[in-house]
Design a protein around this ligand. Structure first.
Ligand SMILES: Nc1ncnc2c1ncn2[C@@H]1O[C@H](COP(=O)(O)OP(=O)(O)OP(=O)(O)O)[C@@H](O)[C@H]1O
Ligand SMILES: [Mg+2]
Length: 286
């Protein structure tokens, strides 16, 4: 396995705030890795350290074989970034902004192709100050892609997108993966993480609570949820690690009463269930 990002014992303190308290993870080349976690968990801090925008307090960090803290141009040219919030270029058109940004890279992609990938072809001639919030976010996306980077950091890339734009952004991330790019993204949308990420880490209070493939995090749990409606239409739900026994019991009782278990379902926990369970209890510092 070729490694794109390696983080060991990373810590970051802002004065009294311990934003990141010793986290470890490895992202393989060609992988889409998701950082999930509540507001203030330390995701942006971690991403900005990897981007070279913040200095760490402790730990080892390697990004494409470089220490990002040294801010070497050779690394910057290989990385694309979507910041959590961005607001430059208000007086130029979308195409001009992307073309200008392309000039910072040795081998940029074609500007119109990037506008198309980001879903901004129709706005190419519009001044960026006139874009809607979601369109501005797409511009951030375009700026991250135009340098044809090997590694792309996406901090909440689809926040504020309408559902169709979100699906389009997902297609963009998938096409990046198909091109062999590595993507590190943060998101609050667990369906997005489930749809895009090969692996995720769930972060809270600056620590990683769990990491793995989204499907494995749910399936790793031995609990099943059995749900049904009774004859009066009332919804019931039971959690069990032995669905066979529970179903036998439920169906035997129902048949004895001459009833049916309407809408009977047996499901494994989703990524969202696992996330909510792990992060329940909130911020230990609050
Ligand atoms: N420049 C700063 N100075 C002081 N504290 C900061 C600074 N930046 C972040 N913090 C604190 O560090 C902690 C982690 O913040 P961070 O932005 O990394 O969280 P996050 O996981 O990205 O949250 P969100 O989901 O809201 O974007 C928070 O408690 C935040 O208040
Ligand atoms: Mg953040």
């Amino acid at each position: 396995m070729s490694v794109a990002i390696e983080v060991r014992g990373l810590a970051k303190r802002y004065g009294d705030v311990e934003a990141v308290r010793g986290i470890d993870f490895v992202v393989a080349r060609g992988e889409v890795f998701g950082l999930l976690g509540p507001n203030g968990a330390g995701k942006t801090t971690t991403v900005e350290i990897l981007e070279g925008h913040r200095e760490r307090t402790a730990g080892e960090v390697s990004v494409l074989g470089h220490d990002p803290q040294r801010r070497e141009r050779a690394l910057r040219e290989r990385v694309g970034i979507v910041l959590q919030s961005c607001g430059m270029y208000r007086h130029v058109t979308v195409r001009e902004a992307v073309a200008h940004w392309a000039g910072f890279y040795p081998h940029p992609r074609d500007v119109d192709e990037v506008l198309d990938l980001a879903g901004l072809s129709e706005q190419a001639g519009v001044r960026t100050g006139r874009l809607s919030g979601g369109q501005l976010r797409r511009l951030d996306f375009a700026l991250a892609l135009v340098g044809d980077p090997e590694l792309i950091f996406l901090d909440e890339p689809t926040t504020g997108f309408d559902p169709a734009a979100r699906r389009q952004a997902w297609d963009t991330v998938r096409s990046l993966r198909d091109l062999g790019k590595t993507v590190l993204l943060t998101t609050h949308y667990l369906d997005e993480a489930q749809a895009l990420a090969d692996r995720v880490a769930i972060v809270q209070d600056g620590r990683i609570l769990a990491q793995g493939a989204p499907g494995d995090l749910g399936a790793g749990s031995t609990r099943y949820r059995v749900a049904w409606r009774d004859a009066e239409g009332e919804a019931h739900e039971r959690v069990t690690d032995d669905p066979t026994g529970l179903l036998h019991e439920l169906t035997t009782d129902a048949l004895a009463r001459g009833e049916r278990l309407e809408e009977l379902s047996v499901t494994r926990p989703t990524l969202e269930d696992v996330y909510l369970e792990l992060t329940a209890g909130g911020d230990a510092r609050a």
